[in-house]
Ligand binder design. Structure first.
Ligand code: GLU
Length: 546
């Protein structure tokens, strides 16, 4: 068979030679040992924890070695482009402090552009043509129905499914048959003519999993689809070679395809990059562990963490805990260090599944939030509110002084005693809501309505904003005594029958009236933060609404 003529018929025209491409995309000018890594997502618009997992790994490996990490968009499978998907990837990862040195929508070293696979069609076709001309690839005219029938037959015979060996019908088509099909205008794909034998094992060193043994590939995989767009297998081989990736970090799902990639790189005459396959993120679901699922687990999406308002460092710290077995110990010793100082190592990554546990992340978050200073906390909540908060929440920050006093009281921000029960910005904002919005509803008072109103009336008559905490509390006690409540707790305990309740019930009336809630931080300070007018208005309103 004249493969050269066939190649010309299938992909007519002049294409640059491999040497041209080698010259166009020269090895990168980086110091010795510098690694080049990449994140290569499909622009589906869904960015998930797995992407962050890979991206942190890529970024750490590259930057710790003085190398670079780039963003390549693998859009070959996409029926239609999702608008804004690339910006969404960049934005989501930037939030977690993962920045790319070059790539789609980022720019950088233009030598290796473009970073969208759909814009690299010529180079893929050039190499497909070369493989056809060498007899290493051939057109396959099998229809979907043919392939389905083949799969069925193989399944029935309990054989490995796929297009290989004796099942690779189009592999041995005669020249005449091929041209007849082409003349008839039959659609075709291009397949690799595999030379592998599954009896042969290949020893392979994975940067994360260590030594693994894989079976040689014998599948005649599709490399160019009928629309002239390459498959992942082929495109990644071309791109990782010419973008000069030194380590391919990707999910362990791809380990099964590694034999295909080993054969493809060899067929193309490219040295194989190093690979590191990281484990999948698992979730404990009752008795079983399963992969996090897009459908069942909202926490898989990175959007979830931003919407909820997780502090980005907390998520990063937790991710690093999952990624590197020695991170937790290091972080205990260096709680204030820049996370970039951690000596991240691919070989310290978990070889089997990483168990993602939202409760653990929440614990990390509580600790991280409890470390934020006044300005940092203010900025964090404000930024969150700007992006995800209600219009009312955005206004909370207009009076910065009031916000800071509120944060100091509710969370201990700026003080020594920090509360450690805040996980997210959304939760904190909900907690401080009553400082900025009048209670729409109030919790149930323990006290009956008549006594409640009497207490509120008495308090309104006597309340003076200028009072200090002691004077304020003395008045609450007076009001208690005048209304049949024990002013001292011990009196009440000694003789509960003699009173309607205690000073605690009186304080509760004031508390619920002011905030809507029975449980709050120090009420005197709350009233000080609210101001006299607002406090009076709320008490008045509570008196009217029994
Ligand atoms: N586009 C592939 C994915 O999103 C990339 C895998 C790789 O990193 O090579 O899964």
């Amino acid at each position: 068979m004249n493969y050269k003529l066939l190649a010309e018929r299938l992909l007519p025209g002049e294409y640059p030679t491999p040497e041209d491409y080698e010259a166009k995309y020269p090895p990168r000018d980086l110091p010795k040992g510098a690694e080049v890594t990449r994140l290569a997502p499909s622009p589906t618009g869904f960015i998930h924890l797995g992407n962050l997992f890979s991206a942190i790994t890529d970024e750490r490996i590259a930057h710790r070695s003085g190398g670079i990490v780039y963003l390549r968009i693998e859009d070959t499978d996409l029926k239609r482009k999702v608008d804004g998907a690339v910006e969404a990837v960049i934005g989501a990862l930037k939030y977690f402090d993962v920045k790319f040195d070059e790539g789609a929508e980022i720019g950088g070293n233009e030598t290796y552009a473009p970073w969208y696979q759909r814009q690299r069609a010529e180079i893929y076709r050039a190499f497909v043509k070369k493989l056809i001309a060498e007899g290493r690839a051939y057109p396959c005219f099998c229809t979907e129905d043919d392939l389905a029938a083949l799969r069925e037959e193989q399944t029935k015979n309990k054989e490995i499914t796929g297009y290989y060996g004796k099942y690779a019908k189009c592999r041995n088509l005669s020249e005449e048959e091929i041209y007849k099909n082409l003349d008839a205008g039959k659609p075709f794909v291009i397949r690799l003519r595999s030379l592998g034998n599954p009896e042969n094992k290949i020893k392979f060193h994975d940067e994360i999993k260590g030594d693994v043994t894989v079976t040689e590939n014998d599948q005649d995989v599709v490399i160019l689809k009928s629309d002239g767009i390459p498959t992942y297998h082929f495109a990644h081989a071309i791109d990782d070679h010419f973008m000069r990736t030194t380590i391919v970090i990707r999910g362990e799902d791809w380990l099964a395809s590694l034999p295909i990639h080993i054969e493809l790189f060899a067929a193309l005459g490219f040295p194989l990059p190093r690979y590191g396959h990281h484990c999948s993120l698992m979730k404990q679901d009752g008795e079983t562990r399963r992969k996090l699922s897009k459908r069942k687990d909202p926490e898989l999406s990175l959007e979830f963490y931003r919407k909820e308002g997780y502090f980005p460092r907390a998520v990063k710290v937790y991710m690093l805990t999952l990624l590197n077995s020695n991170f937790e110990e290091w972080y205990l010793k260096h709680p204030d260090a820049d996370l970039a100082e951690f000596p991240f190592k691919a070989e310290k990554m978990s070889k089997s599944g990483a168990l993602f546990d939202l409760d653990k992340l929440n614990d990390v978050s509580k600790n991280e939030l409890a470390r934020l200073g006044e300005e940092e906390m203010f900025a964090f909540l404000k930024d969150w509110a700007e992006e995800f908060g209600t219009d009312t929440q955005k206004k909370y920050f207009a009076d910065a002084e009031k916000m800071k006093r509120t944060l100091a009281l509710c969370m201990g921000v700026g003080g020594k005693k920090r509360r450690k029960d805040f996980t997210t910005a959304s939760q904190a904002m909900e907690f401080i809501r009553y400082f900025f919005e009048r209670p729409a509803a109030r919790e149930q008072y323990r006290t009956d309505a008549a006594s409640k109103n009497a207490i509120l009336r008495a308090f309104l008559a006597r309340y003076r904003y200028e009072d200090d905490a002691q004077a304020w509390f003395a008045k609450v006690k007076e009001i208690a005594a005048e209304n049949g409540f024990a002013a001292e707790m011990r009196d009440y305990k000694a003789n509960p029958e003699a009173y309607k309740g205690s000073v605690a019930d009186v304080a509760e009336v004031l508390r619920i009236a002011t905030t809507g809630q029975a449980n709050t931080p120090d009420l005197y300070t709350i009233m000080q933060i609210l101001g006299e007018e607002e406090t009076r208005a709320r008490l008045q309103c509570a008196m009217e609404n029994s």
